[in-house]
Design a protein around this ligand. Structure first.
Ligand code: CO
Length: 327
């Protein structure tokens, strides 16, 4: 058997010209390539980004039964004109299906032009009809967070279709302080995800979207779990500023999922205690270097988990989230 990894990425080995300023691929060898933005190297990647056989070999070695295969956020193109963005989404969504075609162990998630709710809903429907099983969205569109009216419309549409939504942080702020080391990934990404969960709660999104919306936040929900107490305290202490949700923040625990990729058993335990053992699913961020290998390593050996809890995190909850339940 093996577990279900709900957080992995792909990059196709080449795509049509997307327009000035858009990423292109510099192929360095049969197995190596570099995502380029203009003359700058964005990321060096390898054949495990696009080669189903390479991925399946890693899955077998790592004890992974199935992978959700999501876009790499640099291709979201939320800053493009909607018509252009919709074209780019179609290109990448169709290439994703080609990469995933060799095995039912791949569960493809699409991307959508989230800057335009009508176009996003349209591409979601097209992609799902073509074989996609869910959608990955960035955690914001410029200055618009997940409580933006258009994004809420999209989330409501996803809920009505029963399509699971995976929220990935991206487009972190830059500054001289954040541009050193990998500070945008190490401090910026967890803060981005944290901020978007706050926006879902205080922006009243959970009050407005149906309870059956299936939504999962990457990287254990960022820094949210560690600071829920501070958030709760502020909601009660400064209601004049932030009591904009119908209920206090802790009320909305149970309305969203997170992945397990926090790298440390103590962090996983806090996460499970905070959001619920039935709300955490294994995710790895495969095949990138900041991911966990093998997928679910901390979950597999976490001593605080019961056998039942571990089984939920490894497979059971993901099966429900992805609609893979056997009747
Ligand atoms: Co990721």
């Amino acid at each position: 058997m093996g577990l279900i990894d709900i957080h992995t990425h792909f990059v196709p080995k080449g795509w049509p010209e997307l327009g000035a300023g858009r990423p292109f691929l510099r192929v360095d060898s049969e197995r190596d390539a570099t995502i380029m933005i203009g003359s700058a190297e964005f990321r060096r990647i390898h054949s495990d980004c696009w080669d189903a056989e390479a991925r399946l070999a890693d899955m077998d070695a790592d004890g992974v039964a199935a992978q959700v295969v999501s876009p790499t956020p640099v291709f979201f193109s939320y800053d493009a004109a909607p018509v252009e963005a919709e074209r780019i989404c179609r290109i990448f969504n169709d290439l994703a299906l080609e990469i995933c075609a060799p095995s039912p162990r791949f569960v493809p998630f699409c991307q959508v032009p989230l800057q335009d709710p009508d176009a996003a809903c349209r591409e979601l429907e097209r992609a799902v009809a073509a074989g996609h099983r869910g959608v990955e969205i960035g955690n914001h569109v410029g200055d618009r967070d997940l409580d933006d009216a258009g994004i809420v419309t999209f989330l409501q549409h996803a809920a009505s279709l029963g399509v699971p939504v995976f929220v990935h942080p991206w487009d972190m702020p830059t500054s001289p302080r954040l541009d050193r080391w990998m500070a945008r990934w190490l401090a910026g990404m967890p803060a981005e995800t944290h901020l978007s969960i706050i926006a879902m709660i205080l922006g009243g999104v959970f009050d407005r979207v149906p309870e059956n919306l299936k939504i999962c936040f990457a990287h254990g929900g960022g820094s949210f779990a560690f600071w829920l107490g501070r958030f709760e305290n502020a909601w009660h202490g400064r209601p004049d500023l932030i009591a904009t949700s119908a209920k206090p923040p802790s009320h909305y625990i149970g309305r969203f999922h997170v992945d397990s990729v926090v790298f440390d058993e103590r962090a996983l335990r806090l996460l499970v205690d905070t959001v619920g053992v039935d709300r955490v699913m294994v995710g790895s961020d495969y095949p990138y270097p900041l991911g966990e290998r093998p997928a679910g390593a901390v979950v597999r050996k976490a001593e605080f988990l019961s056998a039942e809890g571990r089984a939920m995190i490894e497979t059971g909850t993901a099966r429900r989230f992805l609609g893979m339940e056997t009747p």
